[in-house]
Design a protein around this ligand. Sequence first.
Ligand SMILES: Cc1ncc(C[n+]2csc(CCOP(=O)(O)OP(=O)(O)OP(=O)(O)O)c2C)c(N)n1
Ligand SMILES: [Mg+2]
Length: 224
Amino acid sequence: MAQGLIEVERKFAPGPDTEERLQELGGTLEHRVTFRDTYYDTSELSLMRSDHWLRQREGSGWELKCPGVAGISGNHNEYVELTLEPAIVAQLLKLLGAEELESADVAAVLGPLKLQEVASFITTRSSWKLALSGDHDQDPPLRVDLDSTDFGYAVGEVEAMVREKTEVAPALEKIFSFSKMLGVPAQEKAPAKLLVYLQRFRPLDYQRLLEANSSSEATGDSTS
Ligand SMILES: Cc1ncc(C[n+]2csc(CCOP(=O)(O)OP(=O)(O)OP(=O)(O)O)c2C)c(N)n1
Ligand SMILES: [Mg+2]
């Protein structure tokens, strides 16, 4: 895959004190932003069942998250993010076993590839940048996003963006040590917004996803 940064992240359940704790730890609020994400897949969920996630984010365009390659297991996610439309289209053709198409525009290939909307929701996000005291190694910098959705689910993520797979393990170490300082329980695993959305509003699709990939995350009872 020629294009794409690697997103390494750990999700957590934010509490009433999370913002205060972020400030105590040297975090600064960079911005608050509201956007709509619309996710697309085939009626058989061919993309999601192979751990690929295609979305259009209002204001930022198309993105395809593809499973990462570092092979480190645990309470975290690691995805290569494709954002250039020709790279996304090429990967979609490969994944769906389709013939070459004339357009390199994602919107133009949705129809021919039988990709349709499966979820659409609004997120309000506060984005925090961290300058950890005593941390002279700011590469990669950590960010924390605190998200709340228009369907009432809130989730936080501590994340780093890296270029090479050799950078994944050190980034994870920083993410886990910061999460600990933030007070996130070591075993805590908070589900992705999209999975909670599917569980609530498209339970058959959600079930299908779980059945297709027994190693995929379960959202647990607390979110339903
Ligand atoms: C624990 C766990 N979480 C997510 C997944 C996979 N997954 C489910 S939905 C999904 C797609 C949505 O990814 P997410 O990071 O939740 O979206 P968001 O935070 O809004 O985007 P950002 O702004 O960070 O780019 C993924 C990768 C998994 N397999 N296991
Ligand atoms: Mg994320």
